[in-house]
Design a protein around this ligand. Sequence first.
Ligand code: C2E
Ligand code: MG
Ligand code: MG
Length: 599
Amino acid sequence: MVIKINIMNRKHIFEAQEEMSDVNVISETYNQLLEDSVDNLWKWHVKDDWINISMRDQSQLELEIDANDFSLESWKSLIHPHDREDAEKVWAQFILHKREKYENLYRVINKSGAYKWLLSKGRAVKNAGNEIVYIIGYHIDVTEKYILKEELYSLSHYDKLTHLANKDKLKHDFELIIQNLKASSEIAFIQVDIDNFGYISNTLGHEMGYELIKNFAKFLSERYMKTHAIARINEDEFLIIYEFNGGRNELEKELAEVLHQIKNTGFITDNETRISCSIGVSIYGVHGQDFYDLIKKSSTALHSAKKNLKDQYIIYSQQLGTSVYYNMHMINQIRMGLEDEAFEMYYQPIIHLKTGQLTSVEALIRWNHPENGFVSPDNFIPIAENSGQIIQLEKWIFENVFKQIRQWTMSERLNINFSINMSAKGLVTGSIIPFLESMLEKYQVDPSYIEFEVTETAVFNNIEYTLSVLEKLKSLGFRLALDDFGVGYSSLSYLSILPIDKVKLDRKFICNIERSERDFLLVKSIIDTAHNLNLEIVAEGIENTRQVELLNELNCDYIQGYHCGRPQDARLTSLFINSKNNAYDPIVSHKFKKKWRQE
Ligand code: C2E
Ligand code: MG
Ligand code: MG
């Protein structure tokens, strides 16, 4: 093979013209090139396989060219490995189809090891037999333009924090995966979400939150990147397109394994915090074919996993799909319920343990559904929270209770306090404070009669903002209680930073207190800590006398539960209070039992 390096200039081009007296030289070709008046010229002798590169090309691009060996192969070796295959395809097609105009784009490496983007344009020079003898062309250095383009591409296809693909890029990857899918393989959409991320990030700080996301992304990409596609699709949500061959068994083994690994991996440096994840899965061909449809289904499964125990995977099924319809149906029903006034407030007594006095009642909503009968608030409050209807519902609740307070304190002279639950959404609804101010004004009730119960998760989901709302509620004269303490990520240390007056200990701590010494000691330490922080404590879910006695021993301040009184409507509550509350008895468990036991 003849290998020559020629320094090309106009003289050489004319020489080349002469050299090609035997070919069907289309002088126009040269003229066009010359008209382009570019200096970075090249000429590729197709048959002899040697390339001339103009001097300017070499110096400007700083190419490492060996003058004694410059074939197409040598040129190829300068091309970025990622671009080589595509570049070769363009050449092959050009020659095969005997095209006139040549255009190619790739990166070449220069002397300092950096890559430059080259746009290579040219025209074919053919012989009488229509064979391509030369391709003559020029190079344009488009590096700057392409770096910018790459950055733009990266911005629009990759997540900045984790450098993982985003949803758009994943969709593109999905199409490629489908095109190359082997008959024996299946594809699952695995949607992974970090449990309680908002809470963790709020309590440990946002910097730690970012670190957690980054390390978590690294963990997932190390596990899946090589053989599967992965993207970050939301703040703490990741999607893996997982290819597998061993049927459901293999898939489920992987899901269990990854959940286990996640729990045993530290994602935050110098921190003991361990996280768990929830996973929702849909399978290509079984639950759908379309990218967005499969995401919708893995997302439905994920929400179901989160709603249950978290730290688990759920594979999509038809029933889950129907639960989405159920939710939509419920949203509609709640709207109708609000229009038809199908909701009613019930009240459950809260007893001061040392005195046996009924000091307050907790307002609990009831929905008497025309077809389904009684619907538990646990079943519709979360739906109303998700749909945003809670705001309207809660305004209805607050007004209804304020009206009741007015009636009981003015007409019936009942001297009791009221606890009202405030949802997470209610707490962050900007209009809630002016609304409560207007209610105080309208019903002329003393705010110190009213205590709002908020849950830990509601508070910690957006701690800075909720703290300011809690302070505002306090400054209006309301009292505050932390409800269901122990259900979320309870930490006694957080109690000191909240402007609360009371802690309501969830009934899961109480239900075994008479059987489990561990639970008894746990309750004791929570009560002691609350007292040290000058907080009162209410034990929820009291169902028997033994529990009353033990809580009395532990100096618990208040108790609430079926043993002391079930939630009842306003009329029965008023009768109940009037019949029992006049007699005052110091706490003696059997007397207490007689006094508060609901017959
Ligand atoms: P919560 O605020 O912790 O209310 C106490 C729940 O425990 C009530 O359930 C009550 O009926 C139940 N309970 C009381 N004593 C006992 C007992 O001895 N044993 C057992 N097993 N349960 C007992 P309910 O009324 O079904 O309400 C459930 C949850 O729904 C409430 O938990 C609260 O989070 C929410 N909720 C209820 N009413 C409202 C409301 O008006 N607004 C808001 N935002 N949430 C509400
Ligand atoms: Mg409550
Ligand atoms: Mg509670």
